[in-house]
Design a protein around this ligand. Structure first.
Ligand SMILES: Nc1ncnc2c1ncn2[C@@H]1O[C@H](COP(=O)(O)OP(=O)(O)OP(=O)(O)O)[C@@H](O)[C@H]1O
Ligand SMILES: [Mg+2]
Length: 349
């Protein structure tokens, strides 16, 4: 578990320290008091990435040049400092060159109000969902993803430039194909692992006999090399790489109907929740790791009975950081500390 967390110059906070309990930890406060930022700090500390922003620059407190997060997880001291020029990662007080040992310590699943974008947003939301999980459970995922992105960036830069020769562009094809094929295979595997858990969670939350299925929709044909070669005339016109894993998607179907077109608002929320619970169950059942659950303001849209049902359906043995704007809807008092935020500060307990 995460026992303590310290943040400096992080979002709205100058400096803050929090001591957590196992199980549930509640953060209560009005809008804009820093609840999501505290969950974000836990995510950045444990995973070196934010659950709500694809880059870390906006996390730095306005006017500051750097931020720092530190804390202990399962007895290990973690420390991360970030500035636009430099990142410094310390594991058990020793500065790290790579991040693999550091990232082996803890896993995170994040639930947020914005998860509905998984259903109705563009394919980038579903790729990020897969990547967030893949990086945490497959050691080769992150290197494959980064290598593919590098090849894609280089290739697209040349396609945009008027001076580039076809031979120079073609030099990027072998790495694009190699890392792209690896990445696709990893994503196919992830969708296969998630699918049964997602269907099960969907049945539990909806209480209905609807069948929820997810299917990987690859961004390239089975013969990636041939399709890439065949798209070269169109690439020159549009000046970008048109096929490959950067176009991957996951199709979400309820009773065979595409959820983004047919599902109601409530059904879309249920699907988004089922996808996140599926992530948590992949960790708990297949990896035998209890992830830290960040649960950010997901109760607002649900009626009180569903809120309580959902709270009870979350993996029992996981530590949970939960944000809410009020707590008066709880059926029974929850075991666990309640941290109150006001004036962007933690009130004394
Ligand atoms: N980089 C930053 N520097 C300074 N302040 C920031 C920065 N980023 C966000 N803020 C401010 O931090 C405050 C807390 O934001 P946060 O999203 O954590 O609030 P919250 O308690 O989750 O609110 P809500 O209930 O509306 O979700 C906001 O007022 C926001 O404007
Ligand atoms: Mg928030």
């Amino acid at each position: 578990m995460l026992t303590d967390l310290q943040l400096r110059q992080f979002r709205c906070f100058d400096s803050l320290r929090i001591d957590f309990s196992a199980g549930l930890n509640f953060f209560v406060g009005r809008n804009g008091q820093g609840k999501t930022s505290i969950l974000e700090a836990a995510c950045v500390l444990l995973r070196l990435q934010s659950q709500r922003s694809s880059t870390l620059a906006p996390v730095t407190k306005l006017g500051a040049r750097w931020f720092a997060v530190a804390g202990s997880y399962d007895g290990h001291a973690l420390d991360f400092r970030y500035s636009t020029l430099r990142r410094k990662v310390q594991f058990d007080h020793i500065e790290q060159r790579g991040t693999s040992e550091y990232l082996r310590v803890a896993r995170v699943v994040s639930f947020a109000n914005t998860d509905i974008e998984l259903v109705r947003g563009g394919s980038e939301f579903r790729r990020r969902f897969l990547d967030f999980l893949g990086i945490q459970i497959e050691p080769t995922y992150r290197p494959s993803l980064r290598a593919y992105e590098r090849a894609l960036r280089g290739r697209n830069m040349l396609l945009k430039s008027v001076l580039a020769r076809p031979r120079e562009i073609a030099a990027y094809d072998p790495p694009l194909l190699q890392h792209g094929t690896q990445l696709s295979a990893l994503r196919v595997g992830l969708v296969e692992r998630l699918a049964p858990f997602a269907a099960e969670a969907h049945r539990e939350i909806s209480g209905m006999n609807e069948s929820f299925t997810l299917a990987f929709a690859p961004g390239n044909a089975a013969d990636f090399a041939a399709e890439l070669a065949a798209s070269s005339a169109q690439e020159k016109r549009l000046r970008q790489t048109l096929v490959g894993p950067h176009r991957d998607d996951v199709t979400l179907l309820v009773d065979g109907m595409p959820a983004n077109q047919f599902a109601s608002e409530g059904q879309q929320r249920t699907i988004a929740l089922a996808l996140k619970i599926a992530q948590a169950r992949v960790f708990a059942t297949q990896e035998r790791i209890q992830p830290l659950l960040l649960i950010d303001d997901i109760f607002g849209e649900l009626d009180p009975e569903r809120r309580n049902r959902l709270l009870r359906s979350l993996p029992e043995h996981s530590q949970k950081l939960v944000t809410v704007t009020t707590m008066d809807w709880l059926d029974e008092p929850m075991a666990g500390p309640v941290f109150e935020l006001a004036g962007q500060q933690l009130l004394p307990r």
